[in-house]
Design a protein around this ligand. Structure first.
Ligand code: ACM
Ligand code: ZN
Length: 534
């Protein structure tokens, strides 16, 4: 008989990998992102074993349940949760403390008797739990110590483009889990674009019956060939609310993006009267920038935008609403009678549109965020996401705008992470290795101090023109998301790429435990043939 043993061996390896079951090796507090202060103390270690209980007050039951789940996954322990202390028990104790001044900060106190996590709020407790979970990836013997930790930035984000390719609710949750593991607190959800509208809007049903479907996709980087394979999908409002709640439980805000007035072809295909020419239009098959945009001189457009935003604000409790604003060509506006009849003297077509949308959103007590193109004509209350380098963000901060740095040079994770591109999934030509991400400083000293306070943080973007499987998205994200996590959390004086690599090597055990694909260029001995990866 000719048995092929390879699948059996792989299955066995997989089973071993599916939990770390770390034992009495020392836990290592030098996790990713690195805590600001780790002070080892004298005295015996705390042993995390089956006799430990999780002690948590009523308001931290959710955090306790997540801690319980993480420890089962990482250490193979099923620890009970209690809110009552008993003599002689050893606890991991959770609490909120006014001693921790930053809401997202936490303090860990570890002694033989117990492991106490105090947060400035439930979010801080959650980040303390993440540190415990990651430290346990190395072992379960926790040296006596005090760790004090607080994030450098308040906006620690990751974006995902679910328009160019659609990703399932389950995958979006898996992606949110990854953010949580990296102490990220914003999920920027790119829900609409030329190639597909992905969110149910009850007042405009065609957005999903027509706009969420395209009849084919161009091959490669805009070759003349089309695959003629239908691609589509959308999230119902119920599913979106489920994702919002899932993220909230992990202290992550979902910031929805409805990209306008450009990148609107999928909507125009459904409601052609919203374009300057009236169409006909079809949901985009190729990548790049389309000339067809919303007609800024048509009152119906504002009715549409306001109706859509009303439903969006109902689904998403986020204070910040992203209105896109990038790459809107002016050609159609210049040749449109309706747009020309606006007789704009003191602003641009896009400036006029942005101000209208801004007024609507702020009247509903939310804040506007847009790509840096909106800077041209935005009130100072508008937040700017700096993507065309860091300079627009720096300029915006100096004129009083709050800013999120997401420069293409460091934060476009659809770009290649190796120069050896033949094994890489992305066809994007830019090159951003993990070292480069790690070197980013979103708020360098070169920006004047009073402007620097407007830099809320940063985020990386995963555009999915060339990423059509979940494994591809994960591969593009990792390990660069880990580098970005440290950029956004850890103070620059504590950063060091060489020690980061060592800490990251331990952290990859968690990537593997949770079955995330990741790029292995930092570990050449781990390199697998590319066909294994996706
Ligand atoms: C963008 O990459 N067009 C924001
Ligand atoms: Zn027009």
């Amino acid at each position: 008989m000719n048995f092929n043993l390879k699948p059996l061996v792989l299955t066995a390896l997989f089973a071993i990998h599916s939990s770390l079951f770390t034992s009495a090796a020392p836990a290592d507090y030098h996790v990713v992102p690195l805590p600001q202060s780790i002070q080892l103390a004298k005295g015996p270690a705390f042993l995390l074993d089956a006799d430990v209980q999780i002690l948590a007050p009523a308001e931290l039951q959710r955090e306790a349940a997540l801690l319980q789940q993480y420890l089962k996954e990482v250490a193979g322990l099923q620890l009970p949760i209690t809110d009552k202390r008993a003599k002689k028990m050893r606890y991991i104790e959770l609490g909120i403390s006014t001693k921790v001044t930053n809401q997202e900060g936490y303090m860990l106190n570890v002694s033989q008797k117990g492991f106490r996590i105090e947060g400035g709020s439930a979010a801080g407790v959650f980040y303390g739990i993440q540190t415990l979970r990651k430290a346990a990836a190395n072992g379960t013997e926790f040296a006596a110590a005090t760790i004090t930790d607080t994030p450098r930035f308040s906006w620690r984000g990751m974006h995902l483009d679910c328009s160019r390719h659609f990703f399932s609710v389950d995958f979006v949750k898996k992606y949110i889990d990854l953010l949580a593991m990296h102490n990220m607190n914003v999920f920027h959800w790119h829900l609409t674009d030329d190639q597909g509208w992905r969110i149910e809007i009850k007042k405009y049903p065609k957005l999903t019956t027509i706009g969420s479907q395209r009849s084919g996709t161009v091959l490669g980087i805009n070759a003349d060939l089309d695959d003629s394979i239908p691609h589509g999908g959308y999230y119902t409002q119920q599913q979106a609310r489920e994702i919002v709640e899932y993220a909230q439980e992990r202290h992550i805000t979902v910031v929805p993006e409805i990209d306008m007035p450009g990148h609107m072809l999928a909507a125009l295909a459904c409601y052609p009267e919203l374009g300057c020419t009236g169409g006909p239009y079809q949901v985009g098959h190729y990548w790049g920038v389309y000339k067809d945009v919303l007609c800024v001189g048509n009152p119906k457009v504002y009715e549409f935008v306001e109706d859509v935003l009303t439903e969006i604000m109902d689904i998403f409790p986020s204070e910040v609403i992203h209105i896109g604003g990038d790459e809107a060509p002016t050609e159609k506006w210049e040749h449109c009678a309706k747009c020309n009849s606006l007789n704009l003297k003191h602003t641009t077509y896009q400036g006029f549109f942005t101000k209208r949308v801004f007024d609507f959103i702020t009247a509903h007590h939310r804040r506007v965020l847009g790509w840096d193109e909106i800077l041209e004509a935005s009130p100072a209350d508008a937040m700017i996401m700096s993507w065309r380098g860091s300079a627009p963000g720096s300029q915006a901060a100096q004129t009083g705008h709050d800013v999120v740095m997401s420069p293409t040079s460091h934060c476009y994770f659809d770009y290649q992470q190796s120069k050896e591109t033949s094994h890489e999934p992305s066809r994007c030509s830019g090159y951003i290795p993990v070292e480069k991400v790690y070197a980013l400083d979103p708020a360098p000293d070169s920006i004047p101090a009073d402007a620097r306070k407007h830099i809320l943080g940063g985020q990386a973007n995963i555009w999915t023109e060339h990423l059509f499987t979940e494994g591809m998205v994960e591969y593009q994200a990792l390990p660069r998301m880990s580098a970005l996590a440290e950029v956004l959390w850890t103070m620059p004086e504590h950063k060091n790429f060489e020690t980061f690599k060592e800490r990251l090597t331990v952290f990859t055990r968690l990537y593997e435990l949770y079955h995330y694909q990741y790029a292995k260029h930092l570990w050449p001995d781990r390199q697998l043939p590319s066909r294994w990866l996706f």
